[in-house]
Ligand binder design. Structure first.
Ligand SMILES: N[C@@H](CCC(=O)N[C@@H](CS)C(=O)NCC(=O)O)C(=O)O
Length: 290
């Protein structure tokens, strides 16, 4: 099994933690480095990590990869057995992947930070406003349990990279008002899979991150609608993404502030209402590529 990943991608980190939790043997290739890029493009025309190759099966999109792994390798599950808890775990994963990621992606300027003096005024405050209700939900849910859905599940593995990011980006929660959330985060940090994840990310930032020189590219944050394909075939979502991207449509960061559908949906959200619409449309939709 091969995982195309990157130690800085929250989606890839989630999948890698699932693989490790399940004690599966796999080879990891950093798909976002210059040497891994061509290999990644060969298995995913969107040139995004994570991608899992298992035999001749290619699975893209992190939540689809997790679902595949859970089905194919049910030992050491990450989905709760109880149907209600399972729905909750998947909902937390979705919140991590769509809501939290949108916020940390924007606040970190796609992971690259803002050059001094260029961060839009009000961005941090708007992010904190949007995060408040998520942190409150987490705190409430943890009132009577150590893990969100009873036992360690995809909920924590999806949230862990994001909860680490909010702290680093100075949009984290307050341990005084969110003691259970803080305790849960500290508990996660003690787990082998999370500890290994943090070590990889820290090493990446230390050794590679500082020297990233990436040409501009479109950031596709929309969720791929096609979960898997056989080696060599191109998923429908990839074709659609490329077509829409070439027409300048809202597939760009489709679930964050720049996608038009997302803007309509999220207009009431404080993070987005902090910026007038034309400005939001004009905000950077390109990031750099390794
Ligand atoms: N919805 C996808 C999102 C994947 C994604 O956005 N991956 C980013 C890294 S976080 C990527 O590979 N971007 C390409 C690049 O930075 O060149 C998933 O859940 O796997």
């Amino acid at each position: 099994m091969t995982l195309y990943d990157n130690a800085f991608s929250p989606f890839a980190r989630k999948v890698r933690m699932v693989l490790e939790h399940k004690r599966l043997v796999f080879e990891a290739i950093d798909g976002l480095t210059p040497s891994g890029h061509a290999k990644l493009a060969a298995v995913n025309p969107r040139v995004e990590v994570p991608v899992l190759v298992d035999g001749d099966l290619i699975v893209v999109n992190s939540s689809h990869i997790v679902a595949y792994l859970e089905h194919r390798y049910p030992e050491h599950p990450v989905y709760p057995a109880d149907p209600v808890a399972r729905v909750a775990a998947l909902a937390w994963e979705r919140i991590a992947d769509t809501l939290l990621d949108a916020i940390t992606h924007d606040v970190s300027n796609g992971g690259f930070g803002f050059p001094p003096g260029t961060r839009p005024a009000g961005l941090l405050e708007a992010a904190r406003d949007d995060l408040a209700s998520i942190f409150a939900d987490l705190e409430r849910t943890l009132a009577d349990r150590d893990f969100l859905c009873g036992t360690l599940s995809i909920a924590e593995l999806a949230l862990f990279p994001q909860l680490t990011a909010v702290k680093l980006l100075d949009i984290g929660y307050d341990g005084a008002t969110h003691p259970r959330l803080l305790a849960c985060y500290k508990r996660l940090r003690q787990l082998d899979v999370c500890r290994a994840d943090l070590e990889r990310t820290q090493a990446f930032l230390r050794d590679i991150g500082a020297n990233l020189q990436r040409p501009a590219r479109i950031v596709w944050r929309a969720i791929a609608s096609s979960g898997c394909s056989r080696a060599g075939s191109m998923g429908g979502s990839s074709r659609r993404s490329r077509r829409d991207a070439s027409r300048g449509r809202g597939v760009i960061k489709g679930h964050t502030c720049c996608g038009r559908r997302a803007m309509r949906r999220q207009r009431s959200s404080s993070l987005y209402s902090a910026f007038p619409l034309p400005m939001r449309r004009a905000r950077p939709t390109v990031a750099r590529q390794h």
